[in-house]
Design a protein around this ligand. Sequence first.
Ligand code: CUA
Length: 160
Amino acid sequence: ACIVVLLGVIVFTSVHWGLHPPSRVETIDSTSLHKGGEFSEANLGTSIATDGSAVVRVVAQQYAFVPSCVVVPAGVPVTMRLASADALHGFLIQGTNVNAMVVPGYVTTAHTTFAESGDRLMPCHEFCGVGHQAMWAHVRIVDAKQFPFEDAKAKAVSCG
Ligand code: CUA
């Protein structure tokens, strides 16, 4: 009976809340993120893909997310892509279905759409060392009219 209840909880939260473990096993060399490729510095932040959706690329490292403030448009599908530069980290965005671990050597992908504008916190939720409690970022959700879509098609943007 316990097993059935636990499986039921998993199915219910997966379907009803849109919670899902990252299922794509996409690998990356965590030791050379800064040397180029998808997670090089110029690519970090929010870009607008050709289909009009937003892609947010963030590096998790001891003890910060880079960038530390992410800006996204409300009402637009958002794909979060995170990679760790060192240890095991985690991230969640308060009040959303985004909640995942960032494992060194893998790219973590999460999908969401932010219904309303406003600021949300994105803390690290895996103990990653002595500075873990200070590791968090802001997610700034702005009205789609205020989001710099044209800039973000050309290069990644972040807050400020
Ligand atoms: Cu990164 Cu805790």
